[in-house]
Design a protein around this ligand. Sequence first.
Ligand SMILES: *[C@@H]1O[C@H](CO)[C@@H](O)[C@H](O)[C@H]1NC(C)=O
Ligand SMILES: *[C@@H]1O[C@H](CO)[C@@H](O)[C@H](O)[C@H]1NC(C)=O
Ligand SMILES: *[C@@H]1O[C@H](CO)[C@@H](O)[C@H](O)[C@H]1NC(C)=O
Ligand SMILES: *[C@@H]1O[C@H](CO)[C@@H](O)[C@H](O)[C@H]1NC(C)=O
Ligand SMILES: *[C@@H]1O[C@H](CO)[C@@H](O)[C@H](O)[C@H]1NC(C)=O
Ligand SMILES: *[C@@H]1O[C@H](CO)[C@@H](O)[C@H](O)[C@H]1NC(C)=O
Ligand SMILES: *[C@@H]1O[C@H](CO)[C@@H](O)[C@H](O)[C@H]1NC(C)=O
Ligand SMILES: *[C@@H]1O[C@H](CO)[C@@H](O)[C@H](O)[C@H]1NC(C)=O
Length: 459
Amino acid sequence: MASLTLLLIAFCLHCSASDAAGAFSVSDFGAIGDGRRYDTRPIQAAIDACAASGGGRVRFPAGGDYLTGTVFLRSRVVLQVDRGARILGGTREEDYPPESSRWYVVLAENATGVGITGGGEINGQGEAFVVRTDPRKNVMVSWNRTGACLGDECRARLVGFLDSKEIRVWDITLNQPAYWCLHLVRSNDIRIHDIAIYGDFNSPNNDGIDIEDSNNTVITRCHIDTGDDAICPKSLTGPVHNLVVTDCWIRTKSCAIKLGSASWFDFKSLLFDNITIFESHRGLGMQIRDGGNVSDVIFSNINISTRYYDPLWWGRAEPIYITTCPRDSNSKTGFISNIVFENISAVSENGVFLSGSRDGILSNIKFKNVNLIYKRWTTYSGGLYDYRPGCRDLVSHTTSGMMIEHADGLDLDNVSMKWFKSKVKDWSFPLIFKGATVNKLFFNDWNSEVVDVEGGVVM
Ligand SMILES: *[C@@H]1O[C@H](CO)[C@@H](O)[C@H](O)[C@H]1NC(C)=O
Ligand SMILES: *[C@@H]1O[C@H](CO)[C@@H](O)[C@H](O)[C@H]1NC(C)=O
Ligand SMILES: *[C@@H]1O[C@H](CO)[C@@H](O)[C@H](O)[C@H]1NC(C)=O
Ligand SMILES: *[C@@H]1O[C@H](CO)[C@@H](O)[C@H](O)[C@H]1NC(C)=O
Ligand SMILES: *[C@@H]1O[C@H](CO)[C@@H](O)[C@H](O)[C@H]1NC(C)=O
Ligand SMILES: *[C@@H]1O[C@H](CO)[C@@H](O)[C@H](O)[C@H]1NC(C)=O
Ligand SMILES: *[C@@H]1O[C@H](CO)[C@@H](O)[C@H](O)[C@H]1NC(C)=O
Ligand SMILES: *[C@@H]1O[C@H](CO)[C@@H](O)[C@H](O)[C@H]1NC(C)=O
């Protein structure tokens, strides 16, 4: 053992120079990688030794399935999960710390200069948390027996960075989370790129990336295919500032990009560009419920297709869905202002929903070069405005191309709507304004047409 320690010290001189060849291998610390026996202790020992040496990389060699309970990432340590290696999250409650707020397979707390890479995979074994499979929506276990967590959403998340900074996650696959997948909390200076996230399409709460109370985040080249919301900024204890998401592909049975619904503080300076949203239940969404304000958000160069799925899932096939209203009678209402939708193309089974409320006006909303195509290709029923969670719940209504209420300053420039008559039943008007709540409307080059044949439109 002494010689091993010496060897490791020798390696460390090397590894602080961030040379991958000098990284700490979890195998050298006794990890077995057979996917059955727990490697939690050897993995943690490798991380701690690496941190103690000043930082570097902790390697998971190819060919291993490293089963583990929570491992704690330390400052200046990067996990390198080699291509062909997998970290498997434990499926027992005792694999995780007592406090449910720390239920993650990989967890960084108060860390600086941390990351995950290597080309391999972190897998939450989400299928082991399914109590009953249901093609509409799986029923999942809930670890709420001990009282550590209340409700039916008590399961381990996959990767969390809490109160951390200088975070980089790249070239890694995050697979089958049991609950939320990549969670960034009260953190700063975050780069996420070239990653793939796969969650079970029938399992609830397996969000892709949740950006909570965090600033200065760049997400680029991501592929997210999951059941629940894909990219989801939330504000619970502080605002979300400066988020850039580009070059991503998303499919979800919920909302592809969703601000909220936790929205106690502001969302400001966000850019979403060059994104494909495929067959999702909602495209670009804001669900503001708790008094935080949204401002300075750009959505550009985005292709969207949205369709209905089982109503057990939130979503009504809206390509764009903006709502702000008080969650309950004790809630405040947030304002939404300075929002741009530019170069957006959508094929959808429902219209655009732009809903402010009396104390939460939508202001200065601009649509430029927006091409909206409406048709139906599933048999789920439509005809509902969806104000959930809270607010007015579900309201029956005929479908329109764009429903607008409580807006002050809406600028439509080169917006086109095309309706496939034979495929769209029970639709009413291209535009519906509710009551006298819409002011300062600008139309320039606005077009609406009903077509009978599909023409060259490609789904
Ligand atoms: C993180 O830092 C905060 C503030 O310094 C401290 O209260 C908290 O206990 C730390 N958490 C951990 C897990 O070290
Ligand atoms: C525990 O979760 C189950 C669903 O899995 C739920 O029915 C039950 O109400 C929850 N119990 C508590 C105390 O939250
Ligand atoms: C994000 O920036 C805002 C505004 O400067 C600040 O109030 C907040 O504390 C910052 N949050 C973090 C996690 O750094
Ligand atoms: C848009 O993103 C895709 C990846 O999804 C990328 O291949 C393409 O180069 C990007 N386009 C531009 C103009 O950056
Ligand atoms: C959107 O579709 C158009 C036309 O097919 C294509 O030129 C463009 O690259 C697509 N953009 C994205 C982000 O998928
Ligand atoms: C949202 O903006 C309103 C109006 O400016 C302001 O009164 C309110 O405090 C803001 N909310 C938050 C959470 O800062
Ligand atoms: C929108 O598309 C036009 C034409 O392709 C282009 O000139 C413009 O820069 C695009 N806008 C944005 C915000 O990318
Ligand atoms: C209007 O928007 C369409 C895309 O929907 C674009 O192809 C066209 O160039 C735009 N027209 C002008 C004048 O910008």
